[in-house]
Write a protein that binds this ligand. Structure first.
Ligand SMILES: Nc1ncnc2c1ncn2[C@@H]1O[C@H](COP(=O)(O)OP(=O)(O)O)[C@@H](O)[C@H]1O
Ligand SMILES: [Mg+2]
Length: 427
């Protein structure tokens, strides 16, 4: 039966083609390529042919050429034009165009049980390749975001940063429930009237994991992570810093989703009376204006961290700017045990007395533990290389390295932190 003819795809065909491609009943090869990808391919001049009856479009085939290999993105046939040879004729025409472009291998992916076009492929001598699995990953950064991320130094962290946080069970659970889960499940949050947080402040002594928490949040959400360094943004003058902050937040505001992190935020938002320069005053004021703007859009989170929450301008911490003010404190014995286990898992060792290691490192932050573990590995390395000794760490050796490491914390710092929790924490 004839009545149809095959020709190249023309721009005007788009209106009729889209329903054919988009409707699962008429579109073969449904699984691999989305509608927008097909349209993009055709716009870019990839080979595409259509079957028409008069002015009516009854079938189409679209390919994507990659060197000598091509993929057939879609074969579509209108329902009443199947099993009439239209599919084979479309394929023949498409193959001709591919061969003239130097294509030697043509592949086509189908969803399980999908039928449209398979008869035509077999008729044209295509063979089924069994045993293939399709692996796929959808990157969460829109192409429009890439330029902005490059400009502000943002990046995707990949999964796994959250799991890197050993111990700290209470802090992790808190951040997961208050911050990550509402942002990751915004529709449920919306239905029950929960507004996900837009800004959080982490405070605690140095090395307790604040930066690691911020990265873990971005990593869990799969959102890009943008860290701002006030000292780098500043240029020569505090007035320059206010301007640079505004510019940067304007840019970041255009991203579809983002975690923005400012470490040592007391540098730009310290209490006004502590400042001498009136221009520095301007920086805090600028931040006070920036944050409400930032909070207006969904799918963004500002994380600020400080070692010195009591130095912050009280206006900065007021409700409406930061939804939660979260202490990230010295690790308790359980947390130290988990963190030690993590770091010692990469150092071969004998039976180890973890309890004495944990109590010997009572004023250690996670960063101190990381450092003492590094010392341990270095000592084992030197012993093995230079003294022909064992490649195993012992409890004695670890304890020795602990005594050689100066703890960041002191009873006074711990006490001040406890007081800060009473005065400032809001969870
Ligand atoms: N809970 C933890 N488990 C394992 N390592 C940690 C943990 N918290 C922090 N660290 C490590 O300690 C170091 C300092 O952590 P960081 O997040 O920079 O602390 P802060 O920002 O509070 O100063 C990092 O190298 C980090 O990998
Ligand atoms: Mg930090």
């Amino acid at each position: 039966m004839t009545g149809w003819r095959i020709r190249d795809f023309l721009d005007d065909d788009l209106d009729q083609a889209i329903p054919l491609w988009g409707d699962p009943a008429t579109a073969g090869a449904a699984a691999a390529f989305g509608l927008s990808e097909i349209i993009e391919a055709i716009r870019a001049g990839q080979p595409a042919v259509v079957a028409v009856v008069g002015n009516e479009l009854v079938g189409s085939a679209v390919a994507l050429v990659d060197g000598s290999h091509a993929w057939i993105m879609r074969i579509s046939l209108a329902d009443n034009w199947r099993r009439k040879g239209v599919g084979s004729a479309l394929l023949e025409a498409l193959e001709n165009r591919l061969v003239t472009r130097g294509v030697q291998r043509i592949s086509c992916l189908f969803a399980n049980g999908e039928e449209v076009g398979t008869a035509a492929l077999e008729h044209r001598g295509f063979n089924v390749r069994n045993g293939l699995l399709l692996y796929e990953k959808v990157e969460s950064v829109a192409s429009t975001d890439i330029g902005i991320l490059r400009e502000v130094g943002g990046r995707l962290l990949g999964p796994g940063h959250w799991a890197e946080l050993g111990g700290m069970v209470r802090e992790k659970e808190l951040v997961e429930r208050r911050v990550i889960l509402p942002l990751a499940n915004e529709q449920l949050a919306g239905r029950v009237g929960l507004i996900p947080p837009r800004g959080i402040m982490l405070f605690g002594p140095p090395g307790t994991g604040k930066t690691t928490f911020a990265k873990g949040i971005a990593s869990s959400l799969g959102w890009p992570f943008v860290e701002l360094f006030p000292s780098r943004l500043a240029g020569e003058s505090p007035a320059g810093l206010a301007y640079a902050l505004r510019e940067t937040f304007d840019l970041v505001g255009e991203l579809n989703q983002v975690v923005v992190f400012i470490d040592e935020v007391e540098e730009i938002a310290s209490a006004r009376e502590q400042r001498t320069l009136s221009a520095a005053h301007g920086v805090t004021n600028e931040m006070l204006k920036i944050i409400p703007n930032f909070r207006e859009k969904d799918r963004r989170l500002l994380v600020c961290a400080t070692n010195s929450v009591r130095a912050l301008d009280p206006a900065f911490l007021r409700h409406g700017r930061f939804d939660y003010v979260i202490p990230v404190g010295p690790p308790d014995p359980e947390a130290r045990c988990a963190i030690w286990s993590r770091y010692l898992s990469t150092i071969p060792h004998d039976e180890i007395d973890l309890d004495s290691i944990v109590s010997a490192s009572s004023l250690f932050t996670p960063a101190d533990i990381e450092f003492a573990a590094r010392r341990t590995a270095q000592a084992v390395f030197e012993e093995a290389l230079l003294e022909n000794g064992s490649e195993l760490a012992t409890t004695q050796l670890v304890l020795h390295c602990i005594y050689d490491t100066r703890p960041t914390l002191s009873p006074q710092i711990v006490e001040e932190f406890q007081q800060d929790i009473k005065d400032y924490a809001r969870v």
